[in-house]
Each structure stands twice: as C-alpha cells, then as structure tokens.
Ligand binder design. Structure first.
Ligand code: DHB
Ligand code: MG
Length: 220
C-alpha cells in the first residue's frame, strides 16, 4: 500500500515547484547508470538548498556526492563567488556526478574530489579550503564519527552542519537492530551530544524515501 506521505510528497513537489528539468534529468541519469536510488527526496534537496541560501553560504562541503543530486541543490544556493567541495569514494558515481554538475551549469563552482573522504579531508586545506559555512554529511555511516571530527576542524562560529540518515526507519533507538550502521550513527550522535561546540537538533522525516531524518547543528 502506498503511504499517505508519498501522496503528500507528490502534492508539495507539485505545488511548491520542487523539481525542474535539471533535477529530473539528474535522477534519470543516476538511474540509467545503475546508481542506487538513495538520493535525498526532492523536497529535502530543496530544503538543503533553502538552508544554504538562508545561511548565505559561500563555502560548502559535502561528504558523499553519489550522483550529484544534493550537490546540485546545494551548489545552486552559492553566490557568484561561492565554492563547494563534494567528496566521493566511488569513481563511477563521481563520473556521473561530474556530468550532472556540468549539465546544471555548476562546474566552475562545485568540485568533485575522488577517493576516500578520510584521505581527501586532510588535503582540503592545501586545496585552498579553510572554513566551510555549510556542511552536508551523507556518506558511509561507519565513518560518520570520523567525519564529524574532521568537519569540526573545518568549522567556525555559525557553520551549519546537516547529516542524513540518522533515523533509519526508527532503528536508531533499537538496541537489537541488525542494521550494522546503527552503532556508528549512535556514536556520531554521542560525539555531538558531548561536544559543547555544537548546538543541534534532529528532524525526523517521511517522504517517498520512507522514514528517516536529519541531524541539524550550528557551531557556537
Ligand atoms: C540509504 C539511504 C541513504 O540516504 C544513504 O545515504 C545511504 C543508504 C539506504 O536507504 O540504504
Ligand atoms: Mg543519505
């Protein structure tokens, strides 16, 4: 049975003009290239865009590019002189993302860095990045604890940090879950819980992608 929230997702997608030719073409290209359909929901892509716009972000870091769907949403929020770094482990996914970013007219602002994010993050300073205004974490959950530690190195007062997939159909609070990623998500939450540098909340979401949620924080 189709959940009501899928109808609601479609209703708002239509009324609030969430998708357009470019975002539709990204989803088509990702699917045609065999990428798993784990992009954020359209409404949440637009939410990320709006948040980065509210922040007036000039520098954005994304960990986990996938096919570039959220990268394009975030990249659209950048001002003319803005720059975004997006990190992707899977070379085939990075190829698709680069094409999608190019087709969205964002190739001069949004750079895809290939390889393990844990290798790329230490090299970002020599690439000219120092502090990011907005960070989106949406990669392998096992490394969320390591990613948040690095992200704090690249943060300053006011840096906005958003992380995807912190609810996982409610399994985040299920001690007996067999989902292997959950302990790492909880370790990630514990780091934030115990770090006085971040003020945070979590937003549970439903969408065509099911029941999940975002961690949202701001650095003091
Ligand atoms: C899945 C969903 C995600 O948003 C993600 O980043 C990774 C995996 C999933 O549903 O498996
Ligand atoms: Mg995700």
């Amino acid at each position: 049975m189709k959940d009501t929230w899928e109808d609601v997702d479609e209703y708002f997608d239509d009324k609030l003009h969430v998708s357009d030719e470019i975002t539709e073409s990204i989803l088509e290209k990702n699917e045609a290239n065999g990428l798993p359909a784990i992009e954020v929901a359209g409404a949440h892509g637009k939410m990320l865009y709006l948040m980065a716009k509210m922040k007036n972000a000039k520098t954005i870091l994304e960990i986990g590019t996938h096919g570039g769907f959220s990268s394009v949403w975030l990249g659209r929020a950048l001002s003319e002189d803005g720059q975004m770094a997006t990190l992707e482990f899977n070379a085939a996914h990075a190829d698709v993302a680069e094409e999608n970013i190019f087709n969205a007219g964002l190739a001069d602002k949004v750079k895809v860095y290939r390889g393990s994010a844990l290798d790329t993050l230490p090299s970002l300073m020599e690439k000219g990045y120092r502090h990011f205004d907005f960070v989106f974490i949406d990669a392998d959950k096992e490394n969320y604890p390591a990613y948040i530690r690095w992200v704090l190195e690249f943060s300053k007062t006011g840096t906005v940090i958003v992380a995807d997939n912190v609810v996982r159909n409610g399994r985040v609070v299920d001690d007996e879950t067999e989902e292997a990623q959950v302990p790492y998500i909880r370790e990630f939450i514990d780091i934030i819980s115990n770090d006085p540098r971040i003020e945070a909340t979590a937003l549970q979401t439903v969408s065509g992608k099911g029941y999940d949620g975002f961690l949202i924080g701001v650095v003091r």
